[in-house]
Write a protein that binds this ligand. Structure first.
Ligand SMILES: Cc1ncc(COP(=O)(O)O)c(C=O)c1O
Length: 305
């Protein structure tokens, strides 16, 4: 994976600071105990300048994640939305990835996070599609992980907490070592959940299916966008539980996420699905048209910088 491209400024606790000055103490609570929540968002170049895709919804999810951990961000959604735009403007970027994070900071140790201060920062940088350009065209090969998905009563997937991503990292390392591009996780009941940073969709007999939130997946904003786009195209969409063999017998399969975008899957555990099928191609094209402002039907999803 390429090194992180440096830009000028990072927003930290209300002010823009130089990239290299955006530092934290080694005794930051979140570094020890994973007590942080974050978002991943993309800004796209459109005919009317840079626009952030569904920014307010991402910042609402950010606030919900924090609230579930009893973390008071100290900023309203309107303020964090404006802070994201300010950071993009300060770095003069036309398109970028956006990483807001709120974390329990420096000052106390021990597992109770409540006495620790809450710090908020927003970083942006130019970042190509997460699984690679080739993956967007030709698809990725994935493997079902031996690691189980974080569970709703232990590490709730609905909270986009840094601590949850240890689970993702375990699965991603295993997948890479097995020669796959990405992992698919099953929950403790054996139901298909998601990738390490993406939701998952399969197509069977023309019907688009994705696991329900109640099976323990993150309520992805790209997932929601894709379901809307598909329904608008007259494709039947079902949120229903899937098991491992549903992946093996899928006619088409793809993954969605702000970082990964819409990525076809060409094989699961060595069972070949093949080149991206017609539903995948149609949904992927409509998604990229929407994010780049080429389809006025979805202009309300774009928040101009
Ligand atoms: C575990 C997981 N599932 C799904 C997604 C996709 O969510 P979204 O489309 O909101 O980026 C992400 C990315 O944030 C993720 O980390």
């Amino acid at each position: 994976m390429a090194a992180l491209p440096k830009v000028d400024k990072i927003w930290m606790d209300g002010a823009l600071v130089d990239w290299d000055a955006a530092q934290v103490h080694v005794l930051t609570h979140a570094l020890h105990y994973g007590t942080a929540v974050f978002e991943g968002i993309r800004c796209y170049e459109t005919g009317d300048g840079p626009a952030v895709f569904r920014l307010t919804e991402h910042m609402e999810r950010f606030e919900r994640s924090a609230a579930m951990l009893l973390m008071d961000l100290g900023y309203t959604v309107e303020q964090t939305v404006e802070a994201v735009k300010e950071t993009i403007r300060a770095n003069k970027l036309m398109s970028c990835y956006i990483r807001p994070i709120a974390f329990r900071g420096y000052g106390v140790m021990g597992l109770d996070p409540i006495p620790a201060p809450v710090n908020v920062s927003i970083a942006v940088w130019p970042w190509g599609t997460y699984l690679g350009e080739d993956a967007l065209k030709h698809g990725v090969e994935v493997g079902v992980s031996s690691w189980r998905q974080r569970t709703v009563n232990a590490h709730p997937p609905a909270i986009k907490a840094s601590a949850n991503y240890l689970n993702s990292a375990l699965a991603r390392v295993e997948a890479n070592r097995h020669g796959y591009n990405e992992a698919i996780m099953l929950n403790e009941d054996g139901k298909v959940c998601e990738g390490t940073g993406e939701n998952i969709f399969v197509v069977k007999k023309g019907v688009l299916m994705t696991p329900p939130i109640s099976d323990g997946v993150l309520e992805g904003i790209t997932r929601d966008s894709v379901m809307t786009i598909a329904r608008d195209q007259g494709i039947e969409v079902q949120e229903r539980s899937l098991v491992r063999t549903d992946l093996y017998t899928a006619d088409e399969m793809f993954m969605t996420g702000s970082a990964a975008e819409v990525v076809p899957v060409r094989a699961v555990d060595g069972r070949v699905i093949g080149d991206p099928g017609s539903v995948t191609v149609a949904v992927q094209k409509a998604f990229f048209d929407a994010v780049s402002g080429k389809n006025p039907a979805y202009s309300s999803w774009l928040e101009h910088v």
